[in-house]
Design a protein around this ligand. Structure first.
Ligand code: PAF
Length: 278
């Protein structure tokens, strides 16, 4: 495994790899790697000859400076975790990626006006800006993203379409801790007790679906009232949406491809999750 910090070196190494006709799989990350990332890397390893993991905490996608400040960072630990399953780690500085203030603006229509987009203005423009730059530098055959960030996945698919990029987007299922909590870099910021409280939300959503399906309004009401009882949790949104358009669905009966997306803060840590209903 080699660690590369500059775009120049990355391009030099990738040029040699591509000249040998090898395929490249990219896993973009912000570090603080966990089993969810490992599952993406392993999938990429099985489908590509060379695996590149990028580690870069992208300031553009944080609309809250405190959130950016406390985002967990530990490059050495990350490197130890992925040694043996990764070929190249690209971990550039902020200056390397954004030598001048980036000014790209993307238009994703309704896709980024709802859920995360509504709660975190500018977030998806920041995500799109870094993902486009990483794709331009690495030119991967395939890039791997987790389904937990379900709206991000939809935005990235749209980005690839709009920019006519030649990269296949591969999505991978949410990986959960044994109590049901979706793996996230931000889980590191939670105490053991808070992790267990957060895990209850996954169970609340599953139970609400079991008892109230196909009526989505009833599922919503149950989830909202149960989450209200959890201390110190504040629900941001819960939405049952079509998995392609992200538009809300009213009944599970006549809908195809339905997911539930949720965002909440526990203490001062913001978490999201996605549960497939259909
Ligand atoms: O999902 C993430 O970790 C980030 O949003 C990504 C895709 C690496 C862009 O910074």
């Amino acid at each position: 495994m080699i660690l590369i910090e500059t775009i120049e070196k990355l391009k030099e190494v990738l040029f040699r790899i591509k000249s040998n006709g090898k395929t490249i799989g990219l896993i973009p990350t912000m570090g603080a790697l966990h089993e969810g990332h490992i599952s993406l890397i392993k999938k990429a390893k099985g489908e590509n000859q060379v695996v590149v993991v990028s580690i870069f905490v992208n300031p553009l996608q944080f609309n809250n400076p405190d959130d950016l400040e406390k985002y967990p960072r530990d490059l050495e630990k990350d490197l130890l975790l992925i040694e043996g399953i990764t070929d190249i780690v690209f971990a550039p500085s902020e200056k390397e990626v954004f030598p001048i203030v980036p000014e790209e603006t993307y238009n994703f229509g309704e896709l980024d006006k709802i859920m995360e987009g509504a709660s975190r203005p500018g977030h998806f423009n920041g995500v799109a800006t870094i993902v486009k730059r990483l794709f331009d530098h690495v030119q991967p055959d395939k890039a791997y993203f987790g389904e937990k960030d379900f709206q991000q996945l939809a935005i990235i698919r749209e980005l690839v379409k709009q920019c006519k990029m030649d990269t296949t987007i591969v999505s991978c299922p949410v990986v959960r801790e044994s109590n049901g909590l979706a793996m996230s870099s931000r889980n590191q910021l939670l105490s053991f007790a808070k992790r267990n409280i957060a895990a209850k939300i996954f169970n609340i959503i599953n139970k609400a679906k079991e008892s109230a399906a196909p009526n989505v309004k009833k599922i919503n009401d149950l989830v909202i009232s149960e989450i209200k009882k959890l201390e110190p949790v504040t629900l941001d949104y819960f939405a049952v949406v079509n998995d392609a358009t992200l538009k809300p669905v009213a009944s599970l009966d006549d809908a195809k491809g339905v997911v539930a997306c949720v965002a909440y803060t526990i203490g001062d840590v913001r978490l999201i999750d996605m549960i497939r209903f259909k």
